[in-house]
Design a protein around this ligand. Structure first.
Ligand SMILES: NC(=O)c1ccc[n+]([C@@H]2O[C@H](COP(=O)([O-])OP(=O)(O)OC[C@H]3O[C@@H](n4cnc5c(N)ncnc54)[C@H](OP(=O)(O)O)[C@@H]3O)[C@@H](O)[C@H]2O)c1
Length: 363
């Protein structure tokens, strides 16, 4: 059987970079004809180079075959039609880096849950994709029964089935969270099924990249409705159940763009800043009910929400230069903080924001 040599670039010059072993781990089972070699520019047998170097700094011009930069998971820099690598294998390798791992946070080493959530019920909005998909898996792996929510029932069913296969209970509920009646029904279904809600993760959201002078009223309403208004009403409606229980954890997913500004994302910045303020105000009001309200502020994480923007090399470079750790975040980088905020470790912590951004806002 002819072996296919795939080069993995360990430049070691800009640290931290995504290390070779973790790249190989991600693709090693794709095809047993593949052998991985540390890439040197003189290796003419190599058919693909995978690089984990965030700035792709060294040796790139010397290779004229397909090259994949996975610093921040996936960025296709160059792909020649005349590649000698079988198209099916190329596609599967690219595919592996262009979506979250299917079992993201369910199962093995990524499931290092800092908390025991057995017996707890966690409702996670926007949990079929991206960060929410990671969070729901991580809370389930810590023992929680989970409610999987998005607008798409099939997606909710699929994720709930994946979680059930790992032995947890999961309830799939489709709901458009910009509709208050739908939130009421979601909470009713949850309480009917599980009898309680211990953890609410307000994660569902959307973004918009547009110049301030071009933003329409419809743009404004769309972003503010899902990124701010729905967060409050989910908290309010689920919170009534928590008030009755005299306990609960509300975890909002804001963004560093609620703390600092950036260009062409104005309504998103306004909404996320609002979520951070809402967290403080709600924490004060509901402290007496033993409900803790906290926020995480992720930096840039590759998810379906922003993958199109991040494929643009100009945007990618603008962002990566602002991150001291010189890499985008991974969904796995976000979930530990949520498990922590959902756990008993935070029973005396409320109204706070945890920033997970590779150092962006430290500057
Ligand atoms: N990715 C980043 O770099 C980043 C950085 C900072 C903060 N965040 C925040 O993290 C959260 C998750 O972002 P993500 O990047 O993981 O986004 P994503 O990949 O686009 O996933 C968003 C999730 O929310 C659901 N959703 C969207 N609109 C909804 C609605 N009206 N009702 C119910 N569900 C809805 C989506 O499912 P359907 O579309 O099928 O409904 C999907 O499950 C957001 O609040 C985002 O602002 C993300």
């Amino acid at each position: 059987m002819k072996k296919i040599r795939v080069g993995v670039k360990y430049c070691g010059q800009c640290t931290p970079h995504i290390d070779g072993p973790s790249i190989i781990e991600r693709v090693k089972d794709i095809d047993d004809r593949i052998v991985f070699v540390p890439w040197g520019a003189s290796d003419k047998e190599v058919l693909l180079v995978i690089s984990g170097c965030p700035t792709d700094c060294a040796s790139r011009p010397a290779f004229d075959g397909p090259m994949l930069n996975v610093a921040g998971n996936f960025l296709e820099r160059k792909r020649l039609p005349a590649s000698r690598l079988p198209e099916a294998i190329l596609k599967r390798i690219f595919g592996q880096f262009s979506k979250p791992r299917p079992d993201c946070n369910l199962g093995k080493e990524t499931m290092e849950a800092p908390s025991n959530l057995k017996g707890k019920v966690a409702l996670v909005t926007g949990s079929t994709k991206g960060i929410g998909r990671g969070i729901v898996g991580s809370l389930a792996s810590a023992g929680a029964d989970v409610v999987v929510v998005s607008r798409n029932q099939e997606d909710c069913n699929r994720v709930a089935d994946e979680i059930k296969r790992h032995g947890n209970d999961a309830l799939p509920v489709a709901a458009d969270l910009t509709d208050l009646d739908a939130i009421e029904k979601l909470v009713e279904k949850t309480v009917r099924h599980y009898g309680r809600i211990d953890i609410l993760v307000n994660n569902a959201g959307a973004s918009l990249t547009k110049r301030a002078e071009e933003i329409t009223e419809a743009d404004w309403d769309r972003i503010l409705n899902i990124d701010l208004k729905s967060v409050f009403f989910c908290a309010q409606i689920a919170g009534r159940q928590m008030i009755a229980q005299k306990s609960g954890k509300i975890i909002n997913v804001a963004s560093i763009l609620g703390l600092v500004g950036d260009r062409q994302v104005l309504p998103y910045c306004v909404a996320k800043g609002g979520v951070i303020q809402m967290t403080k105000a709600l924490a004060l009001e509901w402290a007496k009910y033993n409900i803790q309200v906290n926020t995480i502020c992720p930096g840039y994480v590759i998810t379906p929400m922003n993958e199109a923007d991040l494929k643009d090399e100009k945007i990618f470079n603008h962002i990566i230069r602002k991150i001291p750790m010189r890499r985008l975040g991974d969904v796995d980088d976000m979930v530990g903080a949520v498990n922590f905020l959902a756990s008993q470790a935070t029973n005396y912590m409320t109204g706070q924001s945890l920033v997970i951004d590779g150092g962006w806002t430290a500057e």
